[in-house]
Design a protein around this ligand. Sequence first.
Ligand code: FPP
Length: 257
Amino acid sequence: MIELDTSALDTSRLPTHVAVIMDGNGRWAQHRGMSRIEGHKRGKDSVRTIVESTRELGIPYLSLFAFSTENWDRPSREVNALMGLLRRYLRTEIKRMMANGVRVVAIGDVERLPSSVRRELEDAIERTRDNNDLTVGLCVSYGGREDIVHAMRKLGQDVAAGKLDPEDIDEATISRSLGSAMMPDPDLLIRTSGEMRISNFYLWQLAYTEIYVTDTLWPDFREAEYVTALADFQSRERRFGRVVDEAPQKVRAVRGR
Ligand code: FPP
C-alpha cells in the first residue's frame, strides 16, 4: 500500500486519464556507472509505484509509454532486457492487479513482441478484463503515427466494403479506430527527464492535453513527484481553444464529467 500525501490536491478535481512518457532510465544508470539495464530495472519499480498511486487516487485511466516502435532499433541486449522486464512485471504484478481492481490493456503492435512476452500480456489482459477500478494502457511497440496509419487503413477498408460513408467520418470515428479506443483522451501528460518532445506518443489523443515535464529521471519519479505533477495540473486553466468564460473546464478537465 502506497502512503500518499494528498494534502496539496483537490481530490475532487483529478484528471480522468494520465499518460506518461517514462524517460531517463539510461541516464539514471549512467550517472551511477551502472549499465542501462539497471536503470530499466529501477524504472520498473517506478511503474509499480505510479500504477498503485493512480489506483489509490481513484484516477480511472493510466497510459504508460513502455516501448516505442523506434525502441526496436536499440542494441538487442537492451531490447531483450526490456522484454524480460515487461514479462516479469506482468507475471509478478498480476496478483496485486487482481486485488486492486486493475485492468491491463495493450496498445501497439503486440504482434511484434516475442511470443513469451505476448503470451504473458494476453494472459494478463484476459485475467484482468473484468476489473474496473483502474485501466492501465501499456503502450508497447507503440508509435503515434503508426496508430493513425492503422486507423486510416481500417476506415479505408470499411469505406471500400460499403460499410462506411466517408461523410460519416468525424473525430469520434477516428478516436474509436485508434489503439486507445477504450480510453478518453489524456487530461495530463507527464514526461520525465526534461525532454520537451512528444516522441511519437499519442499524436491524435494529446490535442488538448496539459503537459508536465520534469527533470527528474524516471527511476526517481515516485509518489511525491506524482502528487506535484497533479497539483500543477490543477493549477492550469484549460480553455480548449475557447475564451475563459465558455471553457468547458469543469466538464472535460476533471473526473465525474
Ligand atoms: C526510457 O529511458 C525508457 C524506456 C525506453 C523503457 C521504459 C521501461 C521501463 C520503465 C521498465 C519496464 C516497463 C514496464 C511497463 C514494466 P531511456 O532508456 O530512453 O533513458 P535515456 O533517455 O536516459 O537513455
